[in-house]
Write a protein that binds this ligand. Structure first.
Ligand SMILES: O=C(O)CCC(=O)C(=O)O
Ligand SMILES: [Fe+2]
Length: 323
């Protein structure tokens, strides 16, 4: 009997030679990106603008960061539960993570570096800034391609001016489970972001759920970045783009796993363009404040993005939305 092939995430070649704006291949590529995000909420981008040297340097930086004493790491406080330091705990003993805000600006990287290394660590802040800048360019490319494919690039050009988005880098370290310990590195969730750009280094573990409930694991390859659409992108697109459930599963005996995510958040309101609303697609989500939505959400909730956004709207606007 033939074996059923393992499902895999779509892979799209976004290397510079394949991305000449205004060519017909550019239009096709933009459609491919949109379709992948509508079908899976996620795809693997092959991207050559972030060099493997920079990625390795970033992982070395994360190793240095995680080896600092806990008393130092916990100083990275945040009123927002998604942005600070998360230490391993009894519920998720394999997971340790650090969120760094404003990471694509020299002030953001310097403030964080000075907090962790009061006597300075130039290598760290330079690598962090250069990685974050390149990854935020990839994030903008993805939005540009999707907007182009929906025909709203011009009407939505305010998404591409400085300060229209904030970027957070979340570096995460996963240890392998001990005997009788759960192998869940990170629980099932959707991202509350607009877009997440994720790089997984050497040790696999990320799994993404398809719309029909199958789990797809992601095998790491050089120059590959996983693009994940978040709840805000889904809402912006009037429900066309999928915000997928995903998780990290670790395997006994595996090496320590490091992942780097760049997460984008719209500054101010997320608003569905009017071109994406018509009789067949009535408006699903009222405008909402992205950072307000982040504050409202609970990491451990098991709501779908639609349910969570409905609860947020009803809490903030006093009325539920149609779902
Ligand atoms: O570490 C990973 O591969 C996944 C991280 C993730 O999903 C997240 O930070 O939202
Ligand atoms: Fe995630």
């Amino acid at each position: 009997m033939a074996c059923k092939p393992q499902p895999s995430l779509p892979t799209l070649d976004l290397t510079s030679k394949n991305l000449k704006p205004d060519s017909s291949s550019w239009t096709t590529k933009c459609d491919d990106v949109r379709i992948a995000l509508e079908e899976y909420g996620c795809f693997v981008a092959i991207y050559d603008q972030i060099s493997s040297e920079l990625s390795s340097a970033m992982v070395t930086c994360l190793k240095d960061l995680f080896s600092l004493p806990t008393e130092t790491k916990v100083q990275n406080l945040s009123s927002n539960k998604y942005f600070g330091h998360v230490a391993p705990n009894t519920l998720f003993p394999l997971y340790e993570s650090v969120g760094i805000r404003g990471v694509n600006t020299p002030e953001g990287t310097r403030t964080f570096t000075d907090l962790m290394w009061p006597s300075g660590n130039d290598d760290f802040s330079k690598t962090l800034l250069s990685y974050a800048k390149q990854a935020s360019e990839l994030e903008q490319l993805i939005k540009r391609m999707v907007f182009q494919s929906y025909g709203v690039l011009r009407s939505c050009d305010s998404h591409f001016i400085d300060d229209s988005y904030s970027y957070t880098l979340r570096g995460t370290k996963y240890t392998s489970p001990k005997l009788n310990e759960s192998n869940i590195g990170l629980q099932i969730h959707t991202d509350k972001t607009f877009v997440t750009v994720l790089e997984q280094n050497q040790v696999n573990g990320l799994e993404v759920q398809t719309k029909n409930g199958e789990w797809i694991s992601f095998e790491n390859k050089p120059s590959s970045f996983v693009i994940i659409a978040g709840d805000a992108f889904m809402a912006w697109s009037n429900g066309r783009i999928h915000s997928p459930y995903h998780r990290v599963v670790m395997h006994a005996g595996s090496k320590v796993r490091y992942s780097i995510t760049i997460k984008s958040y719209k500054n101010g309101m997320v608003q569905t363009p009017e071109e994406l609303v018509d009789d067949e697609h009535p408006l699903q989500f009222e405008d909402f404040d992205h950072l307000g939505y982040m504050q409202f959400t609970n990491i451990a909730d098991q709501d779908s993005p639609h349910e969570r956004l409905a609860k947020y709207h009803s809490a903030v606007l006093g009325k539920p939305i149609k779902i």
